[in-house]
Design a protein around this ligand. Structure first.
Ligand code: G6P
Length: 610
């Protein structure tokens, strides 16, 4: 989703801004722009489409400047065009502003500003902010105070950066509900909405909190909170390295991320398994482990792929931790006036740690007194910081918009939490040790599945022209069916539905004919025989069947058109294996259709608006 970068120092900021915007491309956007002070005057350059288009424009202009801001816009208010792209300016063209988030009361503010004589050029909510700040500058306030005064009138979410011609030594930034970080350099400072735009320049960062407004100079920054009190901000070291956010020889980030799953799940479990005691050790929730185990109920709240991980978590928690568990889309949960008791634990799963709905659901649950636990990938992200306690999944940066390695790492962490609670309850030492051993063996099993890549690519060739797909699974593998379908639609734009296999007869079977590919997730488990019956039902209607089956299964080959075999493991861990062929299948179909796998149309990596 929208991205922010900025620079103030002695260097020419143009390559820094463009480089930063490129690093943010993965978040999803449809236009881009930069605003700099060139010979003391505000200068804005914008373009529709990719950052490369903006780069071409800038190359022709050969501008140089030591202070500037850049933005990638993902359209919310107004179509993607140059007028709606950021930065937005005031009428005198002396103030430039970029904004992530949504100004909810923009219509009312716009009317008031129009009555005061302001003329609007764009359809955006952001332009309102530029004029509103201008109205305070006209009253003689400094830029900092004008920004603060304007934000006092605003409802909604924002991460903003503002440059003003008359105060050319600073960028003013502010945050509420949309991430913003300052990168500290040597006599130069950076700003960004995401640390990946900063790692090429500095490892020293300062995360802004909601309500903070900061003046960023080249050699210092002054931060104030909502009550106008100056605050001392902690400078933190980021461990992210540049090579971690590059493709490393793969054609796409998504393929790289699928292929690194044997390693990423190792990182998720490293140092956290205690084989002798058949349990896990999770430093981030240690203090709350007993309260968690005694919870009357667990609610898991998340969006997208993280929601699907939550659904697998529900099966784990109910089977082994013996705690009733519900899983809710964060967007529904936050507005449903949910009944939350103090004895409840609410777990928030989010790769980015910034998803607006999940963050809002977390704040609501905290307000209602529940123990709130975050399962995030991005260290220092808003959800990680807002939660009472949490477990990082340590999957490493995920750049491809379609989530892959974060999903399998989320499942690892959920299994570790399950083990921790189950061993505090009725799971025996032997059973605990068995789970530990099965978790430890997953990386080599993933390796063996990844070796099936060429075969899966061939299957993709046969299905690349399909218009619809059905994914069916039962029990632990029902969420995998949902996730497989989501992967396919996200990147190949083929309509796909995930369903519990037994529900097929209540609707989807009407769709089955020889044009309908059906993917069955059918490992040998307690529902295997029933899944075979469902397969027969599809076969009788000439559906084309792909089965994800157990290595030991030699019966299924005769029933289906294509079989992808995965090694066996215990039921609760099976989704970590069965999902991988589905990620590869979606990937290869999208590549064969010539689509932009890493940045699918209309999607964003981190959804920081509702
Ligand atoms: C977006 C991404 C998905 C992701 C979802 C939730 O839709 O495109 O890949 O699953 O957001 O994101 P989160 O960062 O909260 O896991």
């Amino acid at each position: 989703m929208c991205g922010i970068v900025g620079y103030i120092g002695a260097k020419n900021c143009i390559p820094i801004l463009v480089g930063g915007l490129r690093r943010l491309e993965y978040r999803g956007y449809d236009s881009a722009g930069i605003g700099v002070l060139s010979q003391g005057k505000a200068l804005v350059v914008k373009s529709v489409g990719k950052v490369s288009v903006l780069q071409d424009k800038l190359d022709k202009l050969s501008i140089s400047s030591s202070i500037g801001i850049g933005h990638t816009r993902w359209a919310t208010h107004g179509v993607p065009n140059e007028t709606n792209a950021h930065p937005h300016v005031n009428e005198k063209n002396s103030l430039m502003l970029i904004h992530n988030g949504i100004i909810e009361n923009y219509a009312a503010l716009k009317e008031t500003l129009k009555l005061a004589g302001y003329v609007f050029k764009s359809d955006t909510d952001t332009e309102v902010l530029a004029h509103l700040i201008d109205s305070f500058l006209n009253k003689g306030l400094t830029l900092f105070n004008s920004v603060r005064a304007a934000l006092n009138e605003v409802e909604g979410t924002y991460g903003i950066a503002v440059i003003f011609e008359n105060e050319p030594d600073k960028i003013v930034v502010a945050k509420k509900g949309s991430p913003l970080v300052i990168g500290i350099g040597d006599n130069e400072n950076y700003i960004a909405s995401d640390v990946s735009a900063l790692v090429a320049h500095t490892q020293q960062v300062v995360y802004l909190e909601d309500g903070e407004v900061v003046e960023v100079y080249k050699d210092k920054f002054i931060a104030k909170d909502v009550s106008d009190k100056e605050i001392v901000k902690k400078v933190q070291e980021i461990t992210l390295k540049l090579d971690e956010i590059s493709k490393g020889g793969f054609q796409h980030f998504m393929l790289k991320e699928i292929m690194e799953q044997s390693e990423s799940i190792c990182n998720s479990m490293r140092g956290r398994l205690v084989p002798t005691e058949g349990t896990s050790k999770l430093g981030g929730i240690e203090e709350y482990a007993d309260r968690l185990a005694q919870s009357k109920r667990i609610i898991i709240s998340a969006c997208g792929t993280s929601y699907h991980a939550g659904l697998v978590g529900e099966y784990m928690f109910e089977q082994f931790a013996e705690i009733p568990t519900e899983v809710e889309y964060a967007s529904e949960f936050r507005y449903r006036n949910p009944i939350i008791y103090p004895e409840d634990t609410v777990i928030f799963i989010s790769q980015s740690g910034e998803t607006a709905d999940t963050l809002a659901a977390l704040k609501e649950s905290k307000r209602r007194g529940a123990l709130c636990i975050g399962i995030c990938n991005v260290v220092g992200s808003s959800i990680a910081r807002e939660s009472h306690a949490g477990v990082y999944i340590h999957a490493g940066p995920e750049i491809g918009v379609a989530s892959t390695k974060a999903f399998t790492s989320q499942l690892i962490v959920l299994s570790l939490i399950t083990l921790l609670i189950a061993r505090k309850k009725r799971m025996s030492l032997i059973d605990g040790q068995n789970v530990v051993s099965e978790i430890e063996h997953l990386p080599e099993k993933i390796e063996s599945i990844l070796r099936l890549n060429d075969g899966i690519e061939k299957i993709a060739e046969d299905f690349k022209d399909a218009k619809n797909f059905l994914y069916l699974g039962r029990g632990y593998n029902f969420p995998v069916a949902l996730e497989g379908a989501l992967k396919l639609k996200e990147i190949s734009y083929i309509h796909a539905e995930g369903y519990p296999a037994a529900e097929m007869k209540h609707g989807p079977i009407a769709l089955v004919d020889k044009m309908m590919p059906v993917v069955f997730i059918a490992p040998r488990d307690s529902t295997y025989e029933k899944i075979l019956s469902n397969i027969q039902e599809v076969k009788a209607r000439h559906g084309r069947i792909i089965a994800i089956a157990s290595e030991s299964d030699d019966k299924i080959n005769d029933l289906v058109d294509y079989t992808i075999k995965v090694p066996d493991t215990i039921r609760m861990l099976m989704p970590i294996l069965t999902v991988i062929p589905l990620q590869l299948l979606a990937y290869h179909i999208a590549v064969k259709k010539g689509l932009n796998v890493d940045q699918p149309r209309n999607l964003a990596k981190s959804v920081t608006v509702e």
